[in-house]
Design a protein around this ligand. Structure first.
Ligand code: ADP
Ligand code: MG
Ligand code: MG
Length: 906
C-alpha cells in the first residue's frame, strides 16, 4: 500500500475533515473539522484505521517501518507549531496518544497522556515552568498510564488491586492525605520511582526513557486496545464490526493541572438525560482529563443554573454553594463565555447535541474532542423534535435521528407516585441516567450477570464503575455508585444503554469484602432490595412499585411524523382486550395475530378443553366443544370490540394437544377427578399424544383437518361474536387465519368448513358480517407454492418463528446449545429468531410475496412473530412491499419508527 497513512491538523488547518470518520475515526475526523471551523485545538495528527488492520496483519515491527517517515514528519510539524521539541530537555514537547474508532466507544479503548517525559525532560520542564508539582504530577500519571496500557501492568484478576493504586495509597497513608493533588513534589517523585520499580519487577523490563520508543509503544498499544475484552464486548452489544479498527490521534498536550487557573472538563450542548436545551457540564480545577470521567474527585458544575440545581438536590444552601461549590460561570467568567460560545458554534455546525472535552491551561481554553452526544431515549426524542422546531433539521432528519430500539425506554415504567410518598429516601446521588429501577443489591459485575441469569433483578452498587463492569451493568436493572459525576463512566455508559443510574452518592460506604453497603448508619447486605430513581438521584430502601410511563407530547409528535412518511402499517399481536387497547394507544392499526390457545387455559375452559381431548369420538368432542363455545365467543367479542373498526386476525387452534394436558401424576389425578374417569385412562390418553417431534407433529391445520369440529366451533365463536357486535352498532372486522399450511388442499378443506359454518351462523343471527379467510405462511413448502395457495387465501401472514425454524432446520427450543458457538465462530452474525435472516428466510418471503401477488393481485401480506418488532426486520418487510408488520403492544412504536425510516431510506 502506498496510500497516505497519516493526516495532519493544527493551527486552523487540517488534511482531514468530519466526513472522514471511517479512516480517521470519529475523534480524529472531528479534531480535523474543529481546526477547519476555528475552534482552538492543540496541533497533532491522526494515523488511519486501516493501519490498525494492517498492524494485525503485518505485526508491530513492520507497521512501525511503514509508518516511520510520515509519523516523524508529522511530529516535526507539531514541534514547529508548538515551538518546542519532542524529547528535548530544555524545551520539551509532550503529546497524548489517543484511540478513536468510527463509532464512538467511550472509555473502551486506551489513551496515554504526557508522553515524552523522562527524568531529564522532567528536570528541564521544571526549570522552564518553575512548577515542579505540575511536572512530577504529569510524570507520575504518564508512567502509570504507560505501565497500564503499554506494559500491561493492569491486574490480571479482578480481585487483585492495581499495583500503582496500591503504591499511591501507601504514599498517601504515610502522609495522612486523601487527595492526589495534596501530594508533595517529593512524594510525586517517589511515585515515579516506585512505579518504575514495580514495572521492572513485574515485567523484567526497564521503563523506556526514549520518547520515540515511548511513542511507538503507545501507538501499537492503542491498536491492541481495539481487541481488548471490553472493547470486543461493547462492539458486540452495539453491533459494531470488528473490521473497522481504531485510528490513533497524537496531539500536543495542553495541561489542566498547572495550577488554579488551569482546569479540565466535559460538557454537553443539551441535557443528555432529559433532552432539555440547556448547556451543562462538569469540570475540575488543577486536574487532567481523565480525572473528571474517572470519578476520582467529584467535579463541579460549569453553569450557574446547573450548580444551583445540584445544590438544591444535595440540600446545600445558596450561601454554602457559592462559598464551596461555585460554578465555572461564576469563578472563571471569561473562559466560561468563550466555552459557551464555542459549544453553541459546534452544535450549530453539527446540527446535533455535542458532547465535548476541554482543558484550560493557565487561562487559555482548548477543545480536545467533540462528538454527537449519547443520550437517553427521552432525550433522543426531545432533542430531535426541538431541533426540528428550531429549524436546524428537517422532518426526515428528525425521524432518522431516532433509534427505534431506544423508544423502549420511554414506554417503560416509572415509580408509582403514590408508592413513592410512602417510600423512604435513604440517600441522594446524581440523576445520572433516568428511569426507575428496583432490585437486589450486588457488588460485582460477575454476580450481577450470574444473578440476572438466574432470573433475579439486581441493582449493582459500586464505589465507581470501570469499563470492566460493562457486562454487569447490562445485566442490572440499575447502577448506584458512590463516586463520579454526571459524566463519569457509569453515567455515560448507563445512558447509552438506557439503564437507570444514580452516581456520586457520597453518603454510601461500599465494602466489597463483606459485600455490604452502609448508608446513614444502616448496613445493607448483598441480596437486600433497593430502589433507584435515575431521574432525581434518590435512593430508596426496599422495593418501590413502578407504573407505566406517560407518553409525552414530543413522543406523539414523532409518531405523527412517522405516519406522514410510512407506507408499512403496524398491527399488534394481542390475545386479550387489554393488550389490544394498550396497542391501540401506541398506534396499532389492527391486530396481526390473536392466538386462541392462551384463552383455553383459564379454569373452566381448560376443563372443557381436556374433555374434548379425552373424547374418543365426534359426539364426545362436539359436546365438549359446545361448552367451550360461549367462552371463546366472549373472548373474541372483547377483542373485536377493543379493536372496533380495525381488522383483527384470529388464528385457529395451533399447538399440539399434549400442551393442554398435565404430564405429572398429581395433575393427572386432578384431571381424572374433573373428568370422572380413572387415572389410567388419562395416562393412556396423555401417552398416546406424545410425539417425537411435536413441532412437526399433529398441530396447526392438521388438528382442524382431523377434528373439523374444532374449526367449526372456532368459526362459530368468531363470527357469532362479530354478529352480536354488529347488532350493537359496532364495526367488527374479523379475519380467520388457518395455521401451518403446507399444501393448498389443506387450506381449501378448512375454508370449506369455515364458509359452511359462516352460512349457518349468519342465518341464525339474521345478519351478515364481512370477514376474510387467509393463511399463515410458515412452512417452506407453502412459500414455494405461494401461487397455488394464494388462489385459496385472501391474505398471507408470514409466521417467521416457524418459518425460520423450518428453513434453517434449527429447533427454536434447542438452539441455545449451539448458538453461542455459531456466533463466536461467526457462522451466524445474530440469532435468526431475533433478527430476520434476510439472506435465506427473507429470500423465501420475498419470493412468496411476489408469487402470491402474481396469482392474486393486491394480495395483502403481513408478518407476525418476534421479528415484527425488530427494527432491521421491519425495514426489510417495508422494503419488499409488505402491507403490515405485527408485533407485541410495547414494540408498536418501535416498529412504526422503523417503518417510517425504511420509507425515508428509499
Ligand atoms: P476517551 O476516548 O477515553 O475519552 P481520550 O482520548 O478522549 O479518551 O482522552 C482521555 C482524556 O484525556 C480526555 O479527558 C481528554 O480530554 C484528555 N486528553 C487527551 N489528549 C489530551 C491532550 N493533548 N491534552 C490534554 N488532555 C488531553
Ligand atoms: Mg474522550
Ligand atoms: Mg407457527
Amino acid at each position: 500500500m502506498s496510500e497516505k497513512r497519516v493526516y495532519l491538523f493544527g493551527n486552523g488547518k487540517a488534511e482531514g475533515n468530519a466526513t472522514m470518520r471511517e479512516r480517521l475515526g470519529g475523534k480524529g475526523a472531528n479534531l480535523a473539522e474543529m481546526n477547519l471551523i476555528g475552534v482552538p485545538v492543540p496541533p497533532g495528527f491522526t494515523i488511519t484505521t486501516d493501519c490498525c488492520n494492517e498492524y494485525y496483519e503485518v505485526g508491530q515491527e513492520k507497521i512501525i517501518s511503514l509508518l516511520n517517515d510520515e509519523v516523524m514528519a508529522a511530529v516535526k510539524n507539531i514541534e514547529t507549531l508548538m515551538n518546542s521539541k519532542f524529547g528535548d530537555a530544555q524545551n520539551p514537547l509532550l503529546v497524548s496518544v489517543r484511540s478513536g474508532a468510527r463509532a464512538s466507544m467511550p472509555g473502551m479503548m486506551d489513551t496515554i497522556l504526557n508522553l515524552g517525559l523522562n527524568d531529564e525532560v522532567a528536570e528541564g520542564m521544571t526549570k522552564k515552568t518553575g512548577n515542579p508539582h505540575f511536572v512530577y504530577d504529569s510524570y507520575r500519571r504518564f508512567v502509570q498510564m504507560y505501565g497500564d496500557v503499554v506494559l500491561e501492568m493492569k491486574p490480571v484478576n479482578k480481585e487483585d488491586r492495581d499495583p500503582f493504586e496500591e503504591i499511591i495509597e501507601k504514599v498517601k497513608e504515610r502522609r495522612g492525605i486523601t487527595l492526589d493533588k495534596d501530594m508533595s513534589v517529593e512524594e510525586l517523585k517517589d511515585l515515579v520511582r516506585l512505579f518504575k520499580e514495580a514495572i521492572k519487577e513485574r515485567t523484567g523490563k526497564d521503563f523506556p526513557d526514549d520518547p520515540i520508543e515511548q511513542l511507538w509503544g503507545a501507538v501499537c498499544a492503542v491498536f491492541r486496545s481495539w481487541m481488548n475484552e471490553r472493547a470486543i464486548l461493547y462492539r458486540k452489544m452495539e453491533g459494531i464490526p470488528d473490521e473497522w479498527g481504531t485510528a490513533v490521534s497524537v496531539m500536543a498536550m495542553v495541561f489542566g493541572n498547572m495550577g488554579e487557573t488551569s482546569a479540565t472538563g466535559v460538557c454537553f450542548s443539551r441535557d443528555a438525560g432529559n433532552g432539555e436545551n440547556l448547556f451543562n457540564g462538569e469540570y475540575l480545577v488543577n486536574a487532567q482529563g481523565e480525572d473528571v470521567v474517572a470519578g476520582i474527585r467529584t467535579p463541579q458544575q460549569i453553569t450557574k443554573i446547573g450548580s444551583q440545581r445540584w445544590a438544591e438536590r444535595a440540600g446545600v444552601s445558596e450561601e454554602e454553594r457559592v462559598a464551596n461549590y461555585p460554578s465555572m460561570e461564576e469563578t472563571m467568567p471569561e473562559i466560561y463565555k468563550e466555552l459557551d460560545e464555542l459549544q453553541n458554534k459546534l452544535e450549530q455546525h453539527y446540527h446535533d447535541m455535542q458532547d465535548m472535552e476541554f482543558t484550560v491551561q493557565e487561562g487559555k481554553l482548548w477543545f480536545l474532542q467533540t462528538r454527537n452526544g449519547k443520550r437517553t431515549g427521552t432525550a433522543m426524542v426531545k432533542i430531535a423534535i426541538d431541533l426540528l422546531h428550531e429549524g436546524m433539521i428537517d422532518e426526515k432528519t428528525a425521524i432518522m435521528r431516532c433509534e427505534p430500539q431506544k423508544l423502549d425506554e420511554l414506554l417503560h415504567p416509572v415509580f408509582d407516585k403514590k408508592a413513592l410518598m410512602n417510600a423512604k429516601v435513604i440517600t441522594q446521588g446524581l440523576p445520572a441516567s433516568p428511569g426507575a429501577a428496583c432490585g437486589q443489591i450486588v457488588f460485582h459485575a460477575d454476580d450481577a450477570k450470574a444473578w440476572h441469569e438466574d432470573g433475579r433483578k439486581v441493582v449493582m452498587v459500586r464505589v465507581e464503575t470501570s469499563p470492566e463492569d460493562l457486562a454487569g451493568m447490562a445485566a442490572a436493572e440499575g447502577i448506584l455508585t458512590a463516586r463520579g459525576g454526571m459524566t463519569s463512566h457509569a453515567a455515560v455508559v448507563a445512558r447509552g444503554m438506557g439503564k437507570c443510574c444514580v452516581s456520586g452518592a457520597g453518603g454510601i460506604n461500599v465494602d466489597y469484602k463483606s459485600k455490604t453497603v452502609e448508608i446513614d448508619g444502616v448496613v445493607y447486605k448483598e441480596g437486600e432490595y433497593i430502589s433507584l430513581n435515575g431521574s432525581t438521584g434518590q435512593v430508596y430502601a426496599g422495593e418501590v412499585p413502578t407504573k407505566a410511563a406517560e407518553l409525552s407530547g414530543d413522543f406523539k409528535e414523532l409518531m405523527d411524523l412517522c405516519n406522514k412518511y410510512t407506507k408499512l402499517l403496524v398491527r399488534t399481536n394481542a390475545d386479550t382486550p387489554h393488550d389490544a387497547r394498550v396497542a391501540r394507544e401506541f398506534g396499532a392499526q389492527g391486530i396481526g395475530l390473536t392466538r386462541t390457545e392462551h384463552m383455553f387455559f383459564e379454569d373452566k375452559k381448560i376443563i372443557a378443553m381436556r374433555e374434548m381431548i379425552l373424547s374418543e369420538n365426534v359426539e364426545g368432542r362436539e359436546k365438549a366443544l359446545a361448552k367451550l363455545l360461549p367462552y371463546q365467543k366472549a373472548d373474541f367479542k372483547g377483542i373485536l370490540e377493543a379493536m372496533d373498526g380495525l381488522p383483527v386476525n384470529i388464528r385457529l387452534l395451533d399447538p399440539p394437544l399434549h400442551e393442554f394436558v398435565p404430564h405429572d401424576n398429581a395433575g393427572q389425578e386432578i384431571m381424572a377427578k374433573e373428568m370422572g374417569v380413572d387415572i389410567t385412562t388419562i395416562k393412556h390418553r396423555v401417552d398416546s399424544l406424545a410425539e417425537n417431534n411435536p413441532m412437526l407433529g399433529h398441530r396447526g391445520c392438521r388438528l382442524g383437518i382431523t377434528f373439523p369440529e374444532i374449526t367449526a366451533m372456532q368459526t362459530r365463536a368468531i363470527l357469532g361474536a362479530a354478529c352480536e357486535l354488529k347488532k350493537e352498532g359496532k364495526n367488527p372486522m374479523p379475519e380467520i387465519m388457518v395455521p401451518l399450511i403446507g399444501t393448498y388442499h389443506e387450506l381449501k378443506q378448512q375454508k370449506d368448513i369455515i364458509y359452511a359454518t359462516a352460512k349457518q351462523v349468519f342465518a341464525e343471527y339474521g345478519i351478515e358480517v364481512e370477514y376474510e379467510v387467509g393463511t399463515m405462511i410458515e412452512i417452506p413448502r407453502a412459500a414455494l407454492t405461494a401461487d397455488l395457495i394464494a388462489k385459496e387465501a385472501q391474505y398471507f401472514s408470514f409466521g417467521t418463528n416457524d418459518l425460520t425454524q423450518m428453513t434453517f432446520g434449527y429447533s427454536r427450543d434447542d438452539i441455545a446449545s449451539f448458538l453461542p458457538v455459531y456466533l463466536d465462530k461467526k457462522i451466524l452474525k445474530v440469532d435468526p429468531f431475533q433478527v430476520l435472516d434476510q439472506e435465506g428466510v427473507g429470500r423465501l418471503i420475498k419470493y412468496a410475496v411476489k408469487e402470491g401477488r402474481d396469482a392474486r393481485p393486491g394480495l395483502r401480506c403481513g408478518i407476525c412473530g418476534e421479528h415484527g418488532g425488530e427494527p432491521s426486520s421491519v425495514k426489510f418487510c417495508a422494503k419488499i412491499g409488505m402491507d403490515y408488520a405485527s408485533c407485541s403492544p410495547f414494540r408498536v412504536p418501535i416498529a412504526r419508527l422503523a417503518a417510517a425510516q425504511a420509507a425515508i431510506e428509499e
